[in-house]
Write a protein that binds this ligand. Structure first.
Ligand SMILES: Nc1ncnc2c1ncn2[C@@H]1O[C@H](COP(=O)(O)OP(=O)(O)OP(=O)(O)O)[C@@H](O)[C@H]1O
Length: 315
């Protein structure tokens, strides 16, 4: 699937400057999977979600959601999906949480006799029953996001799109939100999540797709993505208090890229390069009396930074 946008004003009749937001993107998500779409600003994540949720049409190619084509079967797709955006879009501030949900339930053609019960059930589910009748403008970011999630669930969707749902939330609110997403995942809903938070992707996603410049770089199990790409593993070590010289010599080994201090006392993470040098460094550590050591796969963040990091801060 591809999607281009026209860029700025047309210069001459024949010229159509375009920006390619999605370039031959292809991947599939099995029913019941929580799938993360990761990539830097401008990679094409929102464009992808907009196409899959029928808000945009692809320039070429096709997309199927819940078994239905997003362009030719838009109405069916819309009845099966829910959307949750991060940020301030999509809620009416001056009316209450309950009124917001009743409004959306009506738009989703919920039976009018069941609208109140559905709103009450969703408010309970996202922990907002006590504040249900207050105007949304008084809500914190975390409460707004939980209301967003309730809104996304109004049509009881089998497929849920979450576009940076925890952006701007404090860590406690984000954790509560993730636990709600975990419950939805356990119910067997299919979830497509975009996020810049690698910890969030690691905690929630069965598989991830990394995109950059509108292209898919890799689709892989979250836990295996580093190994699949041959990313270097790390070695977590704990040194005895008298081993400061060992640490110094370790840092100077040609196979050691960096040594990172961990939170525990005398705990460090050794990053090796190339990947095959893990064994050499392990042997060196054992020979130098380091008894607490454990090889661990690269984190998603490490994989991301190595694949995309060089341009991760540019658009
Ligand atoms: N309506 C539009 N008109 C013109 N260009 C657009 C439009 N929407 C997106 N683009 C361009 O398409 C590319 C992909 O944008 P998109 O918003 O999908 O990226 P993203 O990965 O969601 O970024 P972010 O993480 O910042 O939200 C960018 O170059 C962007 O400028």
């Amino acid at each position: 699937m591809c999607r281009t946008f026209s860029k700025g004003k047309r210069l001459r009749r024949t010229e159509h400057p375009t920006v390619t937001a999605l370039d031959r993107v292809s991947f599939s998500v099995p029913t019941g999977e929580t799938h993360g779409i990761l990539g830097p600003n401008g990679a094409g994540k929102t464009t992808l979600i907009k196409i899959l949720s029928t808000m945009l049409v692809p320039t070429s190619g096709r997309a199927v959601v819940a078994g239905h084509d997003v362009v030719s079967q838009t109405d069916v797709v819309r009845r099966r999906i829910g959307m949750v955006f991060g940020g301030d879009r999509g809620l009416y501030d001056r009316i209450s949480a309950r009124q917001n949900l009743a409004f959306w339930a009506t738009l989703y053609r919920v039976d009018p006799r069941r609208v109140d019960a559905r709103a009450a059930m969703l408010l309970e589910r996202v922990g907002l029953t006590d504040r249900a009748d207050e105007p949304v403008e008084r809500f914190s970011r975390g409460m707004r996001q939980r209301l967003h999630l309730a809104r996304g669930l109004v049509g009881d969707p089998s497929v849920l799109f979450l576009d940076e749902p925890t952006v701007g939330m404090d860590p406690v609110a984000a954790r509560e939100f993730r636990s709600l997403v975990g419950e939805l995942r356990a119910e067997g809903r299919t979830i497509l999540l975009t996020t810049h938070d690698m910890g969030e992707a690691e905690a929630l996603c069965d598989r991830v797709t990394l995109v950059d410049h509108g292209r898919v770089l890799v689709t892989e199990n979250t836990a295996d993505v580093g190994r699949t790409l041959g990313e270097p593993q790390g070695i977590d070590i704990v040194l005895a208090p008298h081993q400061s010289e060992t640490l110094e010599s370790l840092s100077k080994l040609p196979e050691v890229r960096s040594v990172e201090r961990l939170s525990g006392a005398h705990a460090f993470r050794v990053h090796t390069e190339p990947p095959a040098s893990v064994e050499t460094v392990m042997r060196w550590l054992v020979d130098h009396g380091v008894l607490s050591l454990q090889v661990r796969p690269p984190t998603l963040e490490e994989v991301y930074v190595r694949l995309i990091g060089k341009r991760g801060l540019t658009v």
